[in-house]
Design a protein around this ligand. Sequence first.
Ligand code: AMP
Ligand code: MG
Length: 433
Amino acid sequence: MAERVLGFAEALAEVLRQAASVAVPGELELVALKEATGRVLARAVLADRDQPPFHRSTRDGFAVRSADVGRTLRVAGSVKAGEVWHGTAVGQDEAIEIMTGAPLPEGADAVAMVEHVVAGDGSVRLQEGRMLRAGENVVPRGAEARAGDSLLPVGRVMGAAEVAVAASCGCAELEVFARPKVAIVATGDELVELSPAHGDKTAMNGPPGLLGDAEIYNSNSYALAALVRAEGGFAGRLKIARDTREDVWERIAQGSMWDLLVLSGGVSMGKFDLVEEVLAEFDAEFFFTGALIQPGKPVVFGRLPKRGGTAHPQDGPWTGEWTYFFGLPGNPVSTQVCFHLFVAPLLRALAGRTDVTPRFVEARLAEDVKGGAKVTRFLPAELVSAWDGVSVRAVGWQGSGDVAANARGNCYCVLPAGVEAFARGETVRVLLR
Ligand code: AMP
Ligand code: MG
């Protein structure tokens, strides 16, 4: 099998190229607005009418004709939010008391804030020296949106801001894309699945003797499932694949029926790293078989032809569809870094999102960091957002197996290849997670 190891930028570009062309799998779903957070719009939300639907007062005060400013005005009535003024239009030297959110009465063209007037008995007057322009403290009808305008496009993720827009347009239900189904497969002879028998280990070490001396818990499947869910996917943890050709084959056959297959472990150069060669047996197309990054260099990305066999999934003709796969290095920090860099963009695209790229920001280094690596590095780090600036500090770690250090951080500090040293105060890129 031909190796294809790409630089970081090229590898990311390859993922983004595939992301741009994937079809969103599955049927559309109708969800209640209150259940819609995190879902992706399959139908745009349109303004159901002009927003605001009337000239809206933005202040408590007095609706007036701006031309009358400076004179004492007779208060002819009062209008509150939820009411329409049905009296005669505001005439010369007249004012109507008005509350925030109420429609501006006919004849008026501005609102004088209650804080800015001197009120008399049935009369009101702007304080000495104050000005009032036409349109002040009023948002004209349709200024925010016209009826029929697209306010939330297809592909937008529903967050609180989007929920507010949908609710303001009366959308109690939304049409969203189905969640892509992601099969998660951990590989390794050393892995032990968590089970209730292992007890609650949050407070103290669990009962002894459940793990052999060389065994470890399968943490990657849980981390990956959490990451998949956070990106809007449905996560299915398949059985651990042991480091045998048969087991890896079995699990890939199973996973190839899903929308996306994410494997961890078994992609390095070891004698029992079988994932790539078994993928090749499934006629995999490899987009890359490594990326010049640390951690995560052995990461593999490609796609498998989906076959339509009834007895066994691998029998039968190609259906014309693909299952994308990632083979992530098993070291837990590598697994997670590779997820953020490569899996998340593709998964977002499969979920129907249009904004898929990893999120990078810039921050100042809080401490010197050694450079000199030949690959792009992603160090677990802590981003500190202070009022006077955003800084980033690498957390100490023991390398890509150090899940605890990874959890002490909240981001990854990006160190480009070939730079000898990074000094405190320098601006560096940060990968958010
Ligand atoms: P591999 O990529 O299979 O060579 O594994 C690299 C390192 O990651 C080894 O130390 C493994 O024990 C560890 N590892 C692999 N898979 C997992 C997993 N699912 N959960 C936790 N650690 C893992
Ligand atoms: Mg392994």
